[in-house]
Design a protein around this ligand. Structure first.
Ligand SMILES: C[S@@+](CC[C@H](N)C(=O)[O-])C[C@H]1O[C@@H](n2cnc3c(N)ncnc32)[C@H](O)[C@@H]1O
Length: 285
């Protein structure tokens, strides 16, 4: 089934309920600090309105869901959707003080949204992992009122994202290069190409999307040390994939190369490398 939409989806469900979901839940505070430079700009871009209904797609551990709940206030509603049980559990803990926000387990392509009537749908890096993005966005559209707004953040290509490319290049000193991804394969860079994203969104019943570049500094150490940055870099993204199933001695050598590659970026607090994001806006047609 690998290579098909169903196979991709199954793989993502397994990852986000297994190794990836466990890492993101355990390291939630660090991941939130590393991704913090995206949070403010995404919220400013999305402009959640007081007393409105908002959906957070791929809400994960709830960093954006909490901020959306604050923004709409108690007379609004926020619905977070994700397929990762461990991350949802973390999100629910964080949302305890917000009676008007709930998180549900569901696949974006299947979850029933017909009774929500959201004015806004937001996602921070939660839309690039759909096994079948056409089906997912067609379904997500049903959660929006006519003219409702879709606003999300996704990564631009890896060559514009040294925070992931530098560790990956260090790993490649020791392991074979990852095969070029299938163009339809989900992953962090699946939405890097605006033409592909526009095709998916417009086929699903959205207006032509507008892409706004956002350039940020990503602190891989989340305010910590070079060792923290090395640990995070080998535990997420393509570097982690390239290291999967490698023997201990190869891993150790690769981690040493990551340390050497990141050392020049280490400051007194944090290890900052550039990151490149698209902020994408489209409306329900
Ligand atoms: C990179 S994480 C981002 C999490 C969160 N938005 C944040 O910014 O911290 C991607 C999220 O998308 C979720 N996801 C992946 N495929 C999904 C799908 N088909 N339906 C719903 N959520 C999905 C994952 O479980 C994961 O929580």
């Amino acid at each position: 089934m690998t290579g098909t939409a169903a196979g991709f989806n199954e793989d993502q469900r397994t990852r986000w309920n297994g190794i990836d979901g466990e890492y993101w839940t355990r390291e939630q505070e660090r991941m939130d600090r590393t991704l913090a430079p995206v949070l403010g700009p995404l919220l400013a871009f999305a402009e959640p309105r007081e007393a409105s209904a908002v959906i957070d797609i791929g809400c994960g551990s709830g960093a954006t869901t909490v901020e959306l709940a604050r923004a709409v206030g108690p007379s609004g509603r926020v619905l977070g959707i994700d397929l990762s049980e461990p991350m949802l559990n973390r999100a629910r803990e964080r949302l305890r003080g917000f009676a008007h926000a709930v998180c549900i387990a569901g696949d974006a392509a299947e979850v029933f949204l017909g009774d929500i009537g959201a004015e806004l749908m937001v996602s921070r890096f939660g839309v690039m992992f759909f096994g079948n993005p056409a089906a997912a966005f067609s379904n997500l559209r049903t959660g929006l009122v006519p003219g409702g707004r879709l606003r999300f953040a996704c990564w631009r290509p890896i060559h514009e994202n040294p925070w992931l490319r530098v560790p990956l290049d260090a790993v490649y000193e020791h392991v074979p290069r990852l095969p070029n991804p299938d163009p339809d394969e989900p992953g962090p860079f699946a939405f890097a190409d605006p033409d592909r994203v526009a095709g998916i969104l417009m086929a699903a019943g959205f207006t032509a999307p507008v892409f706004t570049p956002l350039d940020i500094q990503m602190d891989l150490a989340a305010g910590g040390t070079l060792e923290d940055a090395v640990s995070q870099s080998s535990s997420i993204g393509p570097a982690k994939r390239a290291l999967a199933n490698q023997p201990d001695e190869v891993r150790a050598a690769a981690v040493e190369s990551i340390r050497r590659a990141l050392a020049p970026f280490a400051a007194r607090s944090g290890v900052n490398l550039p990151g490149a994001v698209w902020l994408v806006a489209a409306d329900r047609a």
